[in-house]
Structure formats: structure tokens, C-alpha cells
Design a protein around this ligand. Structure first.
Ligand SMILES: O=P(O)(O)OC[C@H]1O[C@H](O[C@H]2O[C@H](CO)[C@@H](O)[C@H](O)[C@H]2O)[C@H](O)[C@@H](O)[C@@H]1O
Length: 381
């Protein structure tokens, strides 16, 4: 294992900081195999293309609010029911983004001889989507599965603040708050924990905007504002659709005073964050680098996520031509992911199979090693 000091600079903000991190290399899923993997199925089709950064659209504030409300409606699951999608579209999408469970054998053979590194989104991926963000918990079974997974593969949770597993890496606030693991991971081994905050200078501004948003949204029943440290979420899941434009208006008015913040939209949530060039894709690259896989051909990152913000990470993997993304979705979506899973229970099934597969391969490996030693011992000197 190596320990490195790295200086990270962000050209736009001038943020410049030294990070001490532990870089480790682990064993691969199939320690004895060295063959190159076949290319991962990668084609994808375009269902619809939306502007993800809604704040920066060049238009009057009225038109901008209307665009936000249109986007709120379009992305709302009540408007995209699986049954309302023509079966041809559904079939074509699933052909291009097959189930990661159905393709499990192909996936593991593509990872042969490489180190799998796992990246997991939290909400909607490990925990089911619920009305109250404070109640978005992982089931005990999922928690146990993720813990086992982290024993066999370097594992990072990208966002999510409810997971209390000290052996994992975390990249909260859309990758802007990177920590861990604090203990118990063989991928840390005595080195200092990784720590990187890409937007620390924005903390006072985020705090201020959080308070303003809390104040202005008080009068909108069902609206919820969440302070996620480097970003603020304004939830509209429980707001009557008739009041969405009123809410968008209030948020827009507050943001007019903050040109250095941008607004993106997730699953019935507005996400307000610094305009710095940092996202889940950058966090993925940072973590790979801090694990010692920056220019390594033998790494196989797998990123599982359900949100628009996860697309940045899927795109990075596609561009690197390494590993792949898995989109958690029941309905066809425009995505850079290669595979799909329908819901957190399928994510858990996939993770369990990975763990089982790794265990079996290790058992085979050690059996073979013992056998070789026995043969060596039985040979005349
Ligand atoms: O990057 P992510 O981990 O996917 O975070 C995106 C947002 O996730 C959470 O909101 C979502 O899950 C909630 C709980 O199930 C649900 O009520 C909400 O409608 C979803 O958007 C989180 O609370 C937000 O802060 C994140 O921005």
C-alpha cells in the first residue's frame, strides 16, 4: 500500500488543498484469470433530452419558472407510469439496457482479472424512495449486504447520510464531501482516511440560502427543505401539484441573489449547489485515484444509481471504457448506464451475487494453492 499527498486544484474556484490519502490495491474478483474482458454492451437510445442545469437557462424569470414547472411535471413518476409507455419503447430500452441480474455471468466474465470497485448511490438505490427524506432508511438486509460487499471490494456510497458503515467511503453532497473509511476496511490499512471537500468555501453561502429557502417555503404545505452541507434540497413530493409553480417561483426569487449557485432537479426535488465543476463523475475519478487506480487498466468500477446526477458518473465510466453503470429504474430513461435494475431489492440481489461469486472464487483459489503446496511437498528434493 502507498500513502500519498496530493494537491487538488479547481480551476474555476481556485480551491487548492492538500489531501493525505491511502492508496491500496486489492485482489481481483477472479485472482487466477488474466484474460482481457470482452467489451461491455454499451449502446443506448435516446428517450428524451432535458436541460439538467435549470438555473443557468438564458431566459426571463417567468419563462424560467415555467420551464422548471414543466420539468417538475415531466420527471414526476405520476406522469411516467410504466403501463403508459408503449411496449415497443420499453422492449427497445431493455434490449439496450438489459437487467444486470440477467447479464450477471457476462458482467463477471468482463471483470475477470480486474479489481472491482463499487460505487453506490443511496436514495432510490439502496433505500426505497419514501415521502419523508428523514425516513429513507436501508433495510437491515441491505445494510448487511453492503457491509459484506465492502469486505470483498472497495466500496463507496455516493451521497446519502443515513448509512453508518465505517468501512465504506462516502461522497455526500453529490460528491462534494468525500470521507472514509473511518475503520475496519482492508482498503484503508493503517493509512489516513481520504478526506476531500471540493466546495468548502461555499459553506456559509449554502447555510444562508438554506435559511432563506426554509423561510420562504414555510407557507407551501408539504414543501421540505433539507440542508445537505454543500447543497440544499427543496422537496416537492408532498406538495400539491397546483402549488408547484408557486414553489418554483419562491425558490427562483431566492436564487436570484446567488449567481454562484445552480439548480438541478432530481426525483421530486430541487437541488441547489455551487456552480463549481464537481459532480458524482469527478468524485468517482477522485476515489479511483485515491485508491491507486488512476491509470490502471486492471480496474473494473461498477456504479449503481437511480438519479439524474448519477449520469455524470455513468458518463465517466463510458468515456474511460472501464466497468459500467447500472441505472435503477422501472421505466425507460435517457441514460449513459449500460445495464438496469428495477428497484433496491434487485440491487440487493445483484450485490449478494457479487459477494457469493467472489467468495466462491476465493475458495477455489485457496483450494488450488493448497493442492499445489501438497504436490510440491510430495515431490522428491
Ligand atoms: O444523489 P442521491 O443520493 O440520489 O440524492 C438525491 C436526493 O435524494 C433524497 O431525496 C430523494 O429521496 C427521498 C427519500 O426517499 C424522497 O422523499 C425524495 O423525493 C427524493 O428526491 C434526498 O433527500 C435529497 O436531499 C437528495 O438531493
Amino acid at each position: 500500500m502507498t500513502k500519498q499527498n496530493v494537491v487538488v486544484a479547481d480551476a474555476k474556484t481556485g480551491i487548492n488543498m492538500a489531501i493525505t490519502m491511502a492508496a491500496v490495491t486489492g485482489s481481483s474478483l477472479f485472482p487466477t484469470a488474466a484474460q482481457r474482458p470482452p467489451p461491455v454492451p454499451g449502446a443506448y437510445i435516446t428517450i428524451s433530452k432535458k436541460n439538467l442545469i435549470l438555473q443557468n437557462l438564458d431566459m426571463s424569470s417567468g419563462a424560467r419558472i415555467n420551464a422548471w414547472v414543466d420539468s417538475m411535471r415531466a420527471s414526476s413518476p405520476t406522469h411516467v407510469k410504466a403501463s403508459s409507455i408503449p411496449s415497443d419503447d420499453q422492449n427497445s430500452w431493455i434490449v439496450h439496457h438489459p437487467s444486470a441480474l440477467d447479464m450477471f455471468d457476462q458482467i463477471t466474465s468482463a471483470s475477470k482479472g480486474k479489481q472491482i470497485v463499487m460505487f453506490l448511490d443511496y436514495d432510490g438505490t439502496l433505500s426505497p424512495i419514501v415521502d419523508d427524506p428523514d425516513r429513507a432508511f436501508m433495510s437491515e438486509a441491505m445494510r448487511a449486504t453492503v457491509r459484506k460487499l465492502a469486505r470483498y471490494f472497495p466500496t463507496a456510497i455516493v451521497s446519502g447520510s443515513f448509512v453508518r458503515l465505517a468501512e465504506l467511503y462516502y461522497a455526500g453532497s453529490h460528491g462534494m464531501d468525500i470521507k472514509g473509511p473511518s475503520k475496519g476496511s482492508k482498503y484503508k490499512k493503517g493509512g489516513k482516511a481520504v478526506l476531500f471537500q471540493a466546495a468548502s468555501e461555499f459553506l456559509p453561502m449554502i447555510d444562508e440560502v438554506y435559511k432563506s429557502l426554509l423561510e420562504v417555503t414555510k407557507s407551501t404545505p408539504g414543501a421540505r427543505v433539507e440542508n445537505n452541507k454543500f447543497c440544499v434540497s427543496v422537496h416537492f413530493r408532498c406538495v400539491d401539484e397546483k402549488r408547484w409553480s408557486e414553489l418554483a417561483n419562491k425558490v427562483g426569487l431566492v436564487l436570484e441573489g446567488y449567481p454562484n449557485l445552480r439548480l438541478t432537479q432530481g426525483r421530486k426535488v430541487f437541488e441547489i449547489r455551487p456552480t463549481i465543476k464537481w459532480d458524482k463523475g469527478k468524485a468517482l475519478e477522485f476515489l479511483l485515484e485515491s485508491l491507486g487506480y488512476a491509470n490502471c487498466a486492471d480496474v473494473f468500477p461498477i456504479y449503481i444509481g437511480d438519479d439524474r446526477t448519477d449520469e455524470d458518473a455513468f458518463k465517466v465510466l463510458r468515456e474511460r471504457g472501464q466497468g459500467f453503470g447500472i441505472l435503477v429504474s422501472k421505466t425507460p430513461k435517457d441514460t449513459n448506464a449500460s445495464y438496469s435494475l428495477q428497484e433496491p431489492s434487485e440491487v440487493m440481489a445483484f450485490l449478494r451475487r457479487l459477494v457469493d461469486c467472489k467468495r466462491m472464487s476465493l475458495r477455489r483459489h485457496f483450494r488450488m494453492r493448497r493442492r499445489l503446496e501438497e504436490i510440491k511437498m510430495s515431490l522428491p528434493n
